[in-house]
Design a protein around this ligand. Structure first.
Ligand code: BTN
Length: 285
């Protein structure tokens, strides 16, 4: 593959070393010059009955979405903006486990390709030296009506795993409020990164992690996540809707929830929301 700093569909298709991700029979992977959001496009394909494995990428997103209704900064050719369409048999409550799998895949791909080890902040921020490098937005798009052809050709519900990785941002493109909170791989590694190679590596690791779930090896997946966690053993503050919980993050549950021991010695499991981790100075980041 030609070393390049720009995503190329041809290069990616030729180099994918996966069994089914990116190799959906009868459906092409997509690379767009510009999209609102790769997750939106992947949902559209899902509603048309696209099978498991289709990859949607964009060189730029005009309305990239993050968790908690935030936007995801997606300038042209500054990162990987990708969505993987999967069709596991899952319930909404199992969503965190797939997000954890995607987080592990990102860590392992970056480790393999860039030689840098990221940390995972629950549920799935990729963090390096306290700054966010990437994030994951897993979504289950609404199902087509029961009698539609899409439903018949796609019996399992769709799961869209959207991943954003910062590779080569220009400081001037970073919104003011994020300047001290995010970073990018080229700045950290001091080397130029070919997004095609990183994406191919990511697809391989995602497939491996996904297969841990589908072959009933969730304990192995959780063991991986714990290895990369920067959350467990830390004091955290969690916000879900209007309520806030503070306590010690002690473990990850079988379904991917975060088990927190509160000050009054109760154990609660978080399944949604956003956490901040207490620093040595007592502030939360
Ligand atoms: C987060 O940390 O808040 C999640 C960010 C997820 C961003 C990616 S970029 C590709 C995909 N398309 C989107 O609109 N969002 C995800």
């Amino acid at each position: 593959m030609i070393n390049n700093s720009i995503l190329s569909l041809d290069a990616i298709n030729k180099s994918l070393a996966t069994r089914f991700i990116g190799k959906a029979p009868g459906w092409s992977n997509e690379l767009w010059e510009k999209l609102d959001s790769t997750n939106n496009r992947a949902s559209e394909l899902a509603s048309q009955g696209a099978p498991e494995g289709v990859i949607v990428m964009a060189r730029q997103q005009t309305a990239g979405r993050g968790r908690q209704g935030r936007s995801w900064t997606s300038p042209p050719d500054a990162g990987i903006y990708v969505s993987f369409l999967l069709r596991p048999s899952i319930e909404q409550s199992k969503l965190p486990i797939y997000t954890l799998a995607a987080g592990c895949a990102c860590v392992e791909a970056i480790q393999e390709y860039c030689g840098i080890t990221m940390g995972l902040k629950w549920v799935n921020d990729l963090v390096y030296a306290g700054k966010k490098i990437g994030g994951i937005l897993s979504e289950i798009p609404s199902q087509p009506p029961n009698n539609s052809p899409a439903k018949i050709s796609a019996p399992n519900c769709a799961l869209i795993i959207g991943i954003g990785l910062n590779i080569a941002l220009d400081e001037r493109q970073v919104p003011e409020e994020l300047v001290n909170r995010i970073d990018w791989l080229e700045r950290i590694s001091g080397q130029s990164i070919d997004p095609n190679l990183l994406l191919v590596c990511l697809a391989k690791h995602l497939e491996n992690m996904y297969e841990l779930i589908t072959s009933n090896q969730i304990p192995n997946l959780l063991a991986n996540w714990k290895k990369y966690s920067i959350t467990l053993g830390r004091q955290i503050k969690a916000t879900t809707g209007n309520s806030t919980v503070e306590g010690l993050a002690i473990d990850i549950a079988e379904d991917g929830g975060l088990i927190v021991q509160t000050k009054d010695n109760n154990c609660i499991t978080l399944h949604a929301g956003e956490i901040s981790i207490r620093t040595a100075e007592g502030t939360y980041v």
